[in-house]
Design a protein around this ligand. Structure first.
Ligand code: SF4
Length: 258
């Protein structure tokens, strides 16, 4: 039976690729709106794990295709710009359309197969989700089944030089403009990935309605263009009211960890 690994670039999914990757295909949904660091990591992990598994490992990138106003788009950024509609906690179409659907679509064509999902042994409660949909797919949780917890996965990756060690603006990976990013992550982007946060500010601005009343990417932050200007002069975090993290929501599961 073919074996697939749900890969997000993070600690658990990378550990699965090490532990169970020989002969397997890792699968990642690329929203087209990931950070540059994530694209670099995908290339790096693919290269290193091919070496580690004697070329018996593959990383497949899938992309969601959606029709918006008669045009096919294959990135979340293009979807947002064309539909003038931004994902939020209440309308979280991004995960469904650009993470879950493309993976389900790919797997549904693979015949009987297994999908290994990277919840660790401390996350037993997390086994449910809206990704368990394909009738031909046998969903497995090998880290839970084999008792590998987060610490074990972290140590394994540190030892092999495969730990993600993402920068502060990617505490949990995810799209550049993810509305579930913390304010601290957006702040870190100002200082560490200025070109990327400028892109986010342009997207936010381009979908304002004519009254300029569209909600912000983060409702309790100023518009990103202002936020950037404030933060450029706030290297030590003196504007502390912006940084309480009061916008946490339920995780979207194993595909984007948001
Ligand atoms: S990372 Fe954020 S914006 Fe991207 S798909 Fe997940 S929830 Fe949506």
């Amino acid at each position: 039976m073919k074996r697939f690994i749900s890969f997000s670039g993070g600690v658990e999914s990378t550990a699965m690729c090490v532990l169970y990757g020989k002969g397997a295909t890792a699968i990642v949904a690329d929203t087209g709106s990931e950070h540059k660091k994530m694209y670099e990591r995908l290339d790096y992990i693919e290269k290193m794990l091919k070496i580690y598994h004697n070329d018996d490992f593959e990383l497949v990138r899938v992309k969601g295709k959606q029709v918006v106003k008669g045009e096919v788009v294959d990135s979340l950024t293009d979807y947002i710009l064309r539909s003038n509609f931004f994902p939020s906690a209440r309308k979280r179409f991004c995960t469904a359309r650009f993470k879950i659907e493309p993976i389900d679509d790919y797997l549904s064509k693979q015949g009987p197969c297994k999908l290994l999902i990277g919840f660790n042994a401390d996350e037993e409660h997390a086994r449910t989700g809206n990704y368990l949909k394909c009738k031909n797919v046998y969903y497995r949780y090998p880290l839970i089944e084999d008792g590998y917890n987060r610490d074990y996965c972290e140590d394994l990756l540190e030892e092999l030089g495969l730990h993600p060690n993402f920068p502060a603006y990617m505490a949990r990976g995810g799209c550049k403009f993810c509305p579930f990013k913390s304010k601290k992550e957006f702040r870190a982007m100002v200082h560490l990935a200025p070109a990327e946060i400028e892109e986010c500010a342009i997207i936010e601005k381009s979908i304002q309605d004519s009254r300029n009343k569209y909600f912000r990417i983060r409702t309790n932050m100023p518009p990103l263009s202002q936020f950037i200007e404030i933060e450029k002069n706030n290297l030590f975090g003196d504007n502390s009211p912006f940084y309480s993290d009061d916008y946490l929501t339920k995780s979207c599961g194993p595909f984007c960890h948001r």
